[in-house]
Design a protein around this ligand. Structure first.
Ligand code: SF4
Ligand code: SF4
Length: 274
């Protein structure tokens, strides 16, 4: 049993306290033998990626953390077993002395988590603030997160979160076995607004049904008081969308979330003949 990080995308508001805390902890601070100082610029041992999704006016912003995944089967360790080691608690450390001059390690990490320190001529990355962990404290990034979006602890204490979690790069998870786990990673959304063009009004309460053309999955939503409907966290797929309301002819349209989130825009409903 070792330590794990759990990042919950549903709780992260992109404040970047974690990113700044990493600088605060490591720039100009020498935590040898675990880490030498991080340079002032160019390194992101902990980085929040901002994803702007959808099309105006239906847009959502999501935040995803990128950092060393402290892999159980670390490709960086395989590339330089004499210079990279895993501690008993699972944290993977690039030894600043033994890895001196090993610029090739930057390419050895499939997650882009290793950076080159030009001045010291060493590869560097997140240490999980092992120097703080050894003192019984949390990594600085975890300590400053105001929303509980980033947690760190023993696997057994976070077992529930781990069971519900996924990997940042699922296709690599089996091989690398990352110790950074993710909750609520953004999927796609499918949205739109139901309108009555003849009355020049929206249609609150319209029923919208979306059928996944690949799996047959059927989702249902109701237009709110602004005529808006949303399907959140749906798959990347083609969809057949039915919009219906009392006294109107049903509209059937197709939409795709294969490449990106989709704002279908206005779906026009016309009154059925009396
Ligand atoms: S994420 Fe990259 S640097 Fe971190 S342990 Fe895995 S391979 Fe090594
Ligand atoms: S400190 Fe927490 S809420 Fe802020 S960006 Fe980092 S993980 Fe997200």
């Amino acid at each position: 049993m070792g330590k794990v990080f759990v990042f919950d995308a549903a709780k992260c508001n992109g404040c970047r306290n974690c990113q700044i805390a990493c600088k605060d902890e490591h720039v100009d601070n020498d935590w040898s033998p675990i880490a030498r100082p991080q340079p002032d610029t160019g390194h992101f041992w902990c980085r929040i990626e901002e994803r702007v999704r959808g099309q105006v006016p239906k847009v959502r912003v999501s935040y995803v953390m990128h950092r060393c995944q402290h892999c159980e089967n670390a490709p960086c360790m395989a590339a330089a077993p004499e210079a990279v080691y895993r501690r008993e608690d699972g944290l993977v450390i690039v030894d600043p002395e033994k890895a001196a001059g090993r610029r090739d390690l930057v390419e050895a990490c499939p997650y882009g988590a290793i950076f080159w320190n030009e001045e010291l001529a060493i590869p560097q990355k997140c240490t999980g603030c092992a120097h703080l962990v050894d003192a019984g404290e949390a990594p600085h990034c975890v300590d400053v997160c105001p929303h509980g979006a980033l947690r760190f602890g023993d696997e057994e204490d976070l077992a529930e979160e781990i069971a519900a979690s996924e990997a940042l790069v699922p296709e690599r998870a089996g091989a690398d076995r990352p110790r950074v786990r993710y909750l609520n990673l953004p999927r796609r959304f499918l949205a739109g607004v139901v309108v009555d063009p003849e009355a020049d009004e929206v249609v609150p309460g319209a029923r919208v049904t979306a059928e996944n053309l690949a799996t047959g999955e059927v989702l249902a939503a109701e237009a709110d008081e602004f005529g808006d409907f949303w399907f959140h966290q749906v798959g990347a797929a083609g969809w057949r969308v039915y919009a219906e309301a009392e006294g109107y002819l049903t509209r059937v349209l197709e939409a795709s979330t294969v490449d990106e989130d989709r704002n279908m825009g206005p779906i026009e409903l016309y009154r059925a003949e009396a």
